[in-house]
Design a protein around this ligand. Structure first.
Ligand SMILES: Nc1nc2c(ncn2[C@@H]2O[C@H](COP(=O)(O)OP(=O)(O)OP(=O)(O)O)[C@@H](O)[C@H]2O)c(=O)[nH]1
Ligand SMILES: [Mg+2]
Length: 227
């Protein structure tokens, strides 16, 4: 047997194991009525800045918390904690993505109480995180205006694994001659029907529209509950 099929087999088993844990997590989140949102993007696209704003704006009205993954440092957890929301860093060492087991372990050690929203910031990478289900309800893929409009076409897998696209750093759009129509068309080319928000964590543009979308998502299942 050549090495390649063996490696493929190992990878298949890791993914299968991940899916089992992710399914358990999703079921647990469902019974606890916690809406889980994960964020994926290239390094530096603005996940932490966007999430810090999200937590700060939701915190007065909802029970929110965040897990954040990075290869090294607790920098992002320190930044997110400025929102006053509970935050935990997961350091992955050499791994370029979070896995469901890491989320499971972090939550078990944490013993955090009931939440309305749990946010999970993945390691900055446009490739690795796409294959790993974390049990989330909604996966956001972020793309900053400085990265170029062609990224959805070049990294279709991550856009296909996500539910919603968030274009970040809109305050810089003019300076880099960002063309929103082109990026919209490129997103639609790889993921027809995908919704997108155009935001800036610096100026606050687009944040209210995004938060309305998010909070409506938790209102949905609650409205279906019997009186
Ligand atoms: N002008 C502007 N800069 C931003 C915005 N959002 C983030 N930045 C800057 O972009 C840089 C990277 O932002 P982060 O929030 O650390 O990005 P990230 O995706 O969390 O990065 P990693 O976790 O390392 O992958 C920082 O210097 C931020 O201040 C924005 O909306 N506008
Ligand atoms: Mg970050």
């Amino acid at each position: 047997m050549s090495v390649e099929p063996r490696l493929l087999e190992v990878r298949k088993n890791v993914l299968k194991q991940n899916d089992v844990i992710a399914r358990e997590l999703r079921e647990r989140f469902r019974t606890q009525r916690t809406f889980v949102v994960s964020l994926v993007s290239s390094p530096g696209a603005g996940k932490t800045a966007f999430l810090e704003k999200t937590l700060t704006l939701l915190q007065p009205h909802y029970r929110v918390a965040a897990l954040v993954g990075d290869l090294a440092t607790e920098n992002d957890a320190v930044r997110l904690a400025r929102s006053q929301a509970p935050v935990r860093q997961i350091t992955t060492g050499t791994l370029c993505h979070l896995e469901a087991a890491m989320v499971d372990n972090a939550l078990k050690e944490w013993g955090i109480g009931k939440l309305d929203f749990l946010f999970i910031e993945n390691v900055g990478n446009l490739v690795c995180p796409s294959s790993y289900d974390l049990g989330e309800n909604l996966r956001l893929v972020l793309l900053s205006v400085t990265e170029g409009e062609d990224k959805p076409l070049k990294y279709p897998t991550i856009f296909n694994s996500a539910d919603v696209a968030v274009i970040t750093k809109m305050d810089l759009a003019e300076a880099v001659e960002f063309d929103e129509e082109t990026v919209k068309a490129n997103i639609q080319a790889v993921r027809p029907g995908m919704r997108h928000f155009a935001v800036s964590a610096k100026s606050g543009v687009g944040l209210q529209e995004y938060l309305q979308f998010l909070t409506a998502r938790i209102a949905e299942p609650m409205q279906q509950e019997p009186a």
